[in-house]
Ligand binder design. Sequence first.
Ligand code: PMT
Length: 223
Amino acid sequence: LRDRDMKDIKVLITAGPTREAIDPVRYISNHSSGKMGYSLAEAALKRGAEVTLVSGPVSIPCPGGAELISVVSAQQMHSEVMKAYARFDMLIMVAAVADYRCAEISPDKIKKNGDDMTVRLVKNPDIARELGEVKGERLLVGFSAETENLLSNAKAKLEAKNMDMIAANDVSAEGAGFDSDTNIVKLVKRDGCLIELPKMSKRDVSHKILDEAVMLFKKEIKE
Ligand code: PMT
């Protein structure tokens, strides 16, 4: 049924964490392994899509057949995505982008001088939000990583970032979220439709997300 149903669809996927440098040897980051985004890339490739991954630093291999654009920081991910998005039909934002970066990056390794130290952070660009403003006919799918108020936070992000669908995962639940091989996801669509998926491998979650994304995309084309 799903065989090659994404033929001729171009998909851009962000994946993995970003790293925000403090000095030449230290950074701020998060636990994203890239598994969720890379699974989606692999699933879309199997269905015949053309896939580009814009990925932060991960230790898993890029699925064969995908184009890989490697980045480190949120600002780099932002600039690569904004350069590329126009030639894609579907934009799937899986990356765990750091919301803040260091206001100043020390050119030298910071010395252990005092009993405490302060790092001032400034806001990073919100890639998904910017895409929501310029997406036009493109389908924008996001993720929502939450530890509380899963559905209300996810719905607020869907609205604020003008997404067509958001995959909400409670990243504090066993078998869900960061680094796990499985995930537990609720899919919220713009029309309010809610699909609650049980715990599944990230591969199976990816196909469920793509089933809905392809349906929304084909509906949009017809209208
Ligand atoms: O990589 P894994 O180990 O497999 O883990 C998977 C995952 C937990 C990272 C993934 O399932 C997930 O939830 N990804 C989204 C993580 C996140 O940053 O969520 P958020 O709720 O903070 O952001 C909401 C949406 O905006 C996301 O689509 C995010 O990619 C996007 N965003 C956020 C901030 C920002 N500056 N730019 C963005 O594009």
